[in-house]
Design a protein around this ligand. Structure first.
Ligand code: FE2
Length: 139
């Protein structure tokens, strides 16, 4: 069963960012299913690593967007990204060392984090960019 479904209330209005968010949800669902189906650790760690690499691509996209438009909340937003980067690395490392089990709590945490971050930070960021940079630049 799907853990998270993207819905209109999570739409930022930026096609690239929204496309990446949809991909992230699909990957989190995939991880969740793999955990629930009891896939071997080797498969789970690969899935986690792929997800983490895609999260990095996505964070970079947003951070470059914020930097190029001199977004006023950049530092706060980047801090949230950095916290998740750090937690993911720690988790992958501990899991690789067999110190923690990957359970549905992990996919649940990721999906909650993403929904919370999108509705709180990403939507506000794209709104600001539209009002202060993108719209202005169109004259
Ligand atoms: Fe973000």
């Amino acid at each position: 069963m799907e853990l998270v479904a993207w819905n209109k209330s999570l739409e930022t209005g930026h096609p690239i960012v929204d496309g990446q968010h949809k991909n992230l949800f699909a990957m989190i669902n995939n991880l969740h299913t793999s955990i629930q189906e009891g896939h071997p650790n080797l498969v789970l760690i690969e899935t986690m690593e792929k997800l983490s690499a895609y999260v990095e691509t996505h964070f970079k996209t947003e951070e470059e967007l914020m930097i190029s438009h001199h977004y006023e909340q950049y530092a706060e937003h980047k801090l949230e990204h950095d916290n998740l980067r750090e937690q993911s690395l720690k988790l992958i490392k501990l899991f690789g060392m067999h110190k923690v089990d990957l359970t549905a709590t992990v996919s649940q945490f990721l999906s909650d984090w993403l929904k919370h971050h999108i509705s709180g930070n990403d939507i506000a960021m794209i709104k600001w960019l539209r009002e202060n940079a993108i719209v202005d630049s169109k004259g």
